[in-house]
Design a protein. Sequence first.
Length: 280
Amino acid sequence: MVVFTEKDKLTPFIQNLKNQDKTIGFLPTMGALHDGHLSLAKSSIAQNDYTIVSIFVNPTQFNNPEDLEKYPRTEEDDIQLLTSIGVDFVYLPQVSDLYNENEGAKTYDFGTIDKVMEGEFRPGHFDGVATVVAKLFRAVNPTRAYFGEKDFQQVRIIQEMVKQEQIEVEIMPMPIHRAENGLALSSRNMRLSTDQLDAAPFIYQILKEGVGLKELGKTPQEVIEFVKESFKNSNFELEYFTITDEENLLPIENFKNDVPSRGFIVAYAGDIRLIDNIQF
Ligand code: AMP
């Protein structure tokens, strides 16, 4: 395992491997790694000659400074985990390696897909994500890049960003990795109390029940009402639940077999924001 902290050293190093016709799989992360990240890294290892993981808590995607400050940082453990599964390289930059002084996020126009859900509740978030991932792609120049469908809207944003920025990379969306009880793995889960952790599988449980209602012939609106009602007497505060077309991320009025759709949820356990989604 080699750890790079400067893109000026990393970029030519990776280019040298690509000149030898090696494929490079890349997984951008914000650290505090768990089995969800590792499942993505393992896919990359299986599908590429070399795998590189970046660990960078990107300031420009946090609209809430407290959230940025509280974001868990566990770099030593992260590097140990990545070494144990056979990741080849880690890129661990300081903010100054990616951003000029006082540089903020670039402003993108993604049409509908950055206006809804996370875009609506976290203003500026996706400009920050697209900005940093474009910078990371230019620093690494990977063959393939791996993203989790846990952040499905992010996957759609990245697909659009690479088109607009004309970056040549294959985007590889990967399924959500869950704990045995169904809870979507997340770096934020380590902030949950034991009671909150015990209760958290409720979120996925309700999503699955929602899918069951669809199969019984209920409309998207009826499923949404069921989910909202279910959260009223729960330990969680529902921020949003919506069912959208997977392509444009706009709400659907009816389920259609030829239009892939997905239900997206955000719920708070105390001050911890949990996100999940399910295919409908
Ligand atoms: P993060 O460090 O939270 O920015 O996540 C880095 C990447 O790992 C993103 O593409 C996430 O979607 C993905 N990821 C995080 N948690 C999971 C999970 N439970 N299952 C699948 N992918 C995940």
